[in-house]
Write a protein that binds this ligand. Structure first.
Ligand code: HEC
Ligand code: HEC
Length: 236
């Protein structure tokens, strides 16, 4: 009895040129004999971003990427693929989330550790980008005396808009993500993390370094709350 198999090369989902071998293997025999028969371009099996998301990410980020405020997992559906991919690599390498007291980041580090290849990370980032955004319903109250909206507006327009644009829609060329509709509690925690250096201070974090400049231009930590309240109430 004969079995004929083709060599199968796993790549990053792109079309690669690979030789095809006809392999003859006797079921009862020990060895495999392969003969080169030609060279053909064909697609490697794509990593399945949706399947990875369901098994690895959904438990914390929700089935539609809507996030879970109870555990601090942000709504990620619709985030730009390049930004998501960069964050996954950052968590994996410890550029992000490795500070001693970063309990939120360490959860994410454990999760990305499960992804085996760049292809897996690219596939899941593309899948997240393909999902429609589900805006956070968390609203920062602005009438409780804790928010200075005038300061928020002044700081946003003086400091943040140069990179995140006037409606917080982001600037891909700068690497500055859209902040529209993202959980404000999460966003504020990030601004503080950038100020304090638990995010963005790693020597390999080039885009994080840009953002650190912005976060440190705020006169005080309280202004982070004002500025996030301003973003939270921005009309599109
Ligand atoms: C155990 C819970 C948990 C799991 C599982 C998990 N995450 Fe997260 N994720 C979080 C938390 C918490 C944060 C916020 C980290 C922080 O505050 O710095 C986060 C942050 C992120 C961010 C950063 C978003 C931003 O705006 O910068 C991305 C992207 C992300 N997760 C994608 C994923 C993907 C993709 C998976 C599956 C491979 C996954 N997460 C699995 C809890 C989780
Ligand atoms: C010099 C450009 C620059 C300025 C100014 C700037 N940012 Fe950023 N910001 C960035 C970049 C680039 C990133 C992406 C960092 C990364 O790749 O981890 C970022 C990321 C962020 C994040 C993290 C988003 C997420 O999903 O995790 C928040 C929140 C944020 N910026 C808010 C602000 C606010 C508020 C201001 C004003 C006080 C501001 N930024 C000023 C460039 C800037």
């Amino acid at each position: 009895m004969l079995l004929i198999t083709l060599s199968w090369i796993r790549g990053v989902g792109s079309v690669i040129k690979a030789p095809i071998y006809g392999c003859w293997r006797w079921v009862s025999g020990a060895g495999v004999v392969c003969l080169f028969v030609g060279s053909v371009a064909y697609a490697a099996p794509p990593a399945d971003g949706k399947a990875i998301f369901s098994t690895t990410c959904m438990a914390c980020h929700g089935s539609r990427g809507e996030g879970n405020t109870k555990i601090g997992a942000p709504n990620i559906a619709g985030m730009e693929a390049v930004y998501v991919g960069r964050q996954l690599s950052n968590f994996l390498s410890g550029v992000r989330g490795a500070s001693a007291n970063d309990s939120y980041g360490s959860q994410m580090r454990a999760a990305v550790g499960v992804l085996k290849t760049d292809a897996d990370r690219i596939a899941v980032a593309s899948y997240i980008a393909s999902l429609p955004q589900i805006k956070s319903t968390t609203e920062i109250k602005i009438n409780d005396g804790k928010v200075n909206m005038a300061n928020g507006s002044t700081q946003y327009n003086a400091v943040c808009s140069s990179c995140h644009e006037s409606r917080a829609q982001g600037n891909a060329q700068m690497g500055a993500p859209s902040l529209v509709g993202i959980d404000p509690v999460y966003l504020e925690r990030q601004v503080i993390a950038f100020r304090e250096g638990s995010r963005g201070a790693h020597k390999d974090d080039k885009t994080g370094a840009l953002m650190r400049v912005g976060a440190n231009m705020l006169p005080d930590a309280k202004s982070a709350h004002d500025v996030i309240a301003y973003i939270n109430h921005l009309k599109p």
